[in-house]
Design a protein around this ligand. Structure first.
Ligand code: AHR
Length: 829
């Protein structure tokens, strides 16, 4: 809290009663009638003994986007008058202002009332509500009844030997006196912690009857009116048990929050010595327990919906300074390995509209093209220095007969794309067209041979056709088809995802036909464990290790535990998908572990030749077998996470190929007729291209953890794509808030790329660069207000890199201030 504010609070709290002007704004009631303008929630709480600062009672704040996953502000420390014995803070917005009431302590006949317009600056003070003989005033709250323009203020005080709910009404909080306050209702035993919510003309009162040792839990009473003559709270004795976790010994301090824009409420309860718990209801009849993450030590909370602007002001006023502990140390004097540019490789399959529409439109198309290949797509891929493209599949490769795709196009047969929807395959894009495409882009080709329904002879012929300068039948056929000189084609995969024991034998049968013609050096790839089949990896390494140059691994980041939509998702989905992406590292390490066993010299390289975020949603108006999906900031984050992982395993990883280049799965580019857009993923490839062939600089990153309530209760369905994955990788875990990587290019410039995964909070990173001097820092940033921001054909630049201004030099440290959900690329020279 600033000095001024503290003074303000202290001065005002010295007064016993404060008078405020009459409000002329329209009455709102406890819950705002325009809920859609809110987009977050604030929790006010006090803390028990296990608070981060040792448990001084005091007002603390946390915020949430879903009212379930709460993150403390100000590192969980008090935000307001820490010296006051503040317990049981209760905040609601009424008539455009926030009102807060709270107790002073356990044994005082007073409460406090404050008003604020921003939740930061408060005016108010102490109010005597009962005579000193009553001593206790516990858990005060209020409910504003709009039709009466009246606040009902209520709390628990001693009465007839037990705690009973008392109340007073007020219009403006200036006329409250001990004489005016009365017993509200009496159930004959202790009763405390009443909280009231109204729905459809009924008031629901949650409260905690019974003494501490009775463990009666929170209960519900119902009333049609709050007026003391008509209120029916207490008439059914201690009320109805709606939830009670007796295993934990009881629950008190209920709080109800209505979800923004929904007829759904969460009821929080405070088990005495355990984290807050919550139940969900849509009708105040059935209550289902839900998982929540609440700040450590939080007790007796209250909640209020807030706007994004209010949240941003609170985050600025009460930052979690632990963010400044984010530390990145880059060892610029310890760079040994090159980052192979092929890590930024691509994969283009005859699948959906990747090849046809996406790359190939034909020479007669009105879409600008060069020999049938889209100029806009070629230009975009050149710009990101696409280094290599794997083709023609994927699953398609093991059904592809290359001879169907050579010779005059009008003579080529129309076949069926068996793996991808049985659609017609014109074969107009074949070997010559693919090689033309690679030459136009300036990238290397990576062929995948058919070991599915293809023969070894067919495979052998393809190698000869494409790479031999001799006088053999295949080289002559190529010449006849217009290409005199052979191409240089180094990379050849022996099939795709064949799996099973037989693959080792298949590989051994086909691999000898991968001949080196006319000085063309070949590189053979065994492809690759499917569904994290480590037994397969073990077997293939053992049986054919000596015969391969590279082992391919495929691993997708599936979404879909809740939503399979690429665009319509919530924070749970963001968390799950990004956590899934982080687990690519475990998968790589497991594979490398097996490879190390059979190839300790590391002569066999690892190619992650299919990776990406796969949402599998059925997009209206699209053929499901086209695997077409939109691409948001979340997918961009998936790309950043993957690159940073790949860089950490350069001693094995030689290549990685995102699936896929255009219009399919995690695409770089989307096309629609003559229109083309660049996806957020494309922009990450653009921002990271500086790392291609640069020297990797080892670094150490210390940062916070990003977690989510759903992580704790995540149960996999039988059909879950994650099942084999997670079962093999072991228990679930939270993910780091940040991931980073660094390199030095040939010109000596240092490049740093950092992703802030947290969709809610910015991060300040202290960066130390050891063993290098620099004078200039420039950078770009990819971020957006929403997790699902994406580019459309109507608005193709909704998300693109912008200039980044968030760096500052402090001594020899570079301070980087990143907003939430952002990817930053810095250049130091
Ligand atoms: O990229 C789509 C498909 O995913 C590929 O064809 C196949 O190899 C993988 O299963």
């Amino acid at each position: 809290m600033s000095g001024n504010k503290l003074l303000n609070v202290m001065l005002i709290s010295a007064l016993t009663v404060l008078f405020f002007g009459v409000n002329v704004e329209p009455a709102f009631g406890n819950y705002d009638p325009e809920p859609m303008k809110y987009s977050a929630y604030l929790m006010a709480y006090f803390s028990g003994e296990d608070a981060p600062d040792g448990g001084v009672w005091g007002l603390r704040y946390a915020y949430s986007k879903d009212a379930r996953n709460w993150k403390a502000l100000n590192n969980g420390k008090p935000v307001f008058n820490a010296k006051a014995w503040l317990r049981d803070p209760f905040i609601k917005r009424v008539k455009g202002k926030f009102h807060m009431v709270h107790t002073k302590g356990m044994e005082y006949p007073t409460i406090f009332h404050w008003e604020s317009t921003d939740l930061i600056n408060w005016r108010g003070g102490e109010i005597d509500v009962v005579p000193p003989s009553k001593i206790k005033t516990w858990a005060p709250e209020f409910f504003y009844v709009e039709s009466e323009d009246l606040f009902y203020v209520y709390w628990a005080s001693d009465y007839d030997g037990h705690h009973t709910m008392h109340f007073v009404t007020t219009k403006d909080w200036t006329d409250i006196t001990p004489e005016r306050s009365k017993v509200y209702y009496d159930i004959g035993i202790h009763d405390i912690d009443l909280t009231i919510v109204e729905h459809d003309g009924t008031y629901y009162g949650f409260h905690k009857p019974g003494a501490y040792e009775d463990f009666m839990g929170n209960r519900l009473s119902v009333s049609k009116s709050l007026h003391p003559d008509k209120v029916t709270f207490g008439q059914d004795g201690p009320g109805k048990v709606v939830f009670h976790d007796s295993a934990k010994g009881g629950t008190e301090g209920p709080e109800v929050i209505k979800l923004i824009g929904q007829d759904k409420w969460y009821i929080y309860g405070d088990p005495f010595e355990a984290p807050l718990e919550a139940w969900e209801t849509t009708d105040f009849v059935k209550y289902t327990k839900i998982p929540v993450t609440t700040p450590k030590g939080a007790k007796h909370c209250s909640m209020v919906p807030i706007t994004q602007k209010e949240l941003e002001m609170l985050l600025a006023e009460y930052p979690n300074t632990q963010n400044t502990q984010n530390k990145l140390v880059i060892n610029a004097d310890d760079g040994k390995q090159k980052i192979n540019r092929f890590i930024y490789g691509h994969f283009a399959e005859h699948l959906g509209r990747c090849i046809y529409d996406g790359i190939w439109v034909g020479e007669d198309s009105p879409i600008p093209n060069t020999r049938g290949i889209r100029n806009d797509v070629v230009k975009a891929l050149k710009h990101i220095k696409a280094p290599i493209v794997r083709w023609p599949g994927g699953c398609f490769a093991d059904t592809y007969h290359w001879k169907d795709g050579i010779g005059p196009r009008q003579n080529r047969p129309t076949t069926i794309n068996k793996p991808w929807g049985g659609v017609k395959e014109s074969n107009h894009f074949g070997t010559h067209e693919f090689m033309d495409f690679c030459e136009q882009v300036g990238c290397e080709p990576y062929f995948c041979g058919n070991v599915g329904d293809g023969t070894a002879e067919e495979f052998s012929d393809w190698v000869e056709y494409t790479t031999s300068d001799g006088d053999g039948p295949m080289a002559n056929l190529r010449r006849k088809n217009g290409r005199d000189k052979p191409w240089k084609i180094k990379y050849w995969a022996i099939g795709n995802e064949q799996g099973g024991r037989d693959y080792a034998l298949t590989y051994l049968r086909f691999e000898p036909y991968l001949k080196e013609y006319s000085g063309n050096k070949v590189y053979s790839v065994a492809c690759g464990p499917v569904n994290l089949d480590y037994d397969w990896t073990e077997l293939v390494m053992k049986m054919v290790g000596e015969h391969m140059d590279g082992l391919a691994l495929h691993n997708y980041s599936w979404s879909g535990e809740r939503s399979q939509s690429a665009v319509n998702f919530e924070e749970d989905d963001w968390f799950f998908l990004l956590r899934r992406s982080f687990r690519m590292e475990e998968h790589i390490e497991k594979c490398i572990g097996i490879m190390d066993k059979y190839d300790p010299e590391k002569s066999i390289e690892l190619l992650v030749d299919e990776w990406g975020a796969w949402h599998e949603e059925v997009v209206p108006g699209r053929n499901p077998s086209d695997c077409y999906q939109q691409n948001t900031l979340r997918d961009a984050m998936v790309a950043g996470i993957h690159f940073n992982i790949f860089h950490r395993h350069l001693d094995r990883i030689h290549m990685a190929n995102i699936a896929q280049t255009v219009n399919v799965i995690q695409a770089m580019i989307l096309t629609e007729g003559e229109k083309m857009l660049l996806t957020p993923t494309y922009h990450v490839f653009d921002m990271y291209k500086v790392h291609q062939d640069a020297t990797y600089l080892p670094s150490k990153l210390e940062c916070g953890i990003y977690t989510h309530a759903a992580a704790k209760t995540y149960t996999m369905s039988e059909e879950s794509r994650d099942r084999p994955f997670l079962e093999k990788l072991g228990p679930l875990y939270d993910i780091p808030t940040l991931t980073a990587t660094a390199s030095r290019d040939d010109a000596g410039k240092i490049h740093i790329s950092i992703c802030n995964i947290n969709p809610n909070e910015g991060a300040t990173v202290q960066c130390e660069i050891r063993g290098a001097q620099f004078k200039r820092v420039s950078g770009s940033i990819l971020t957006a207000p929403k997790m699902n921001t994406h580019n459309t054909f109507e608005n193709p630049d909704a998300l693109k890199p912008e200039k980044f201004e968030g760096t500052k030099l402090e001594g020899d440290k570079l301070i980087i201030k990143m907003p939430s959900k952002s990817i930053v690329a810095l250049e130091l020279s």
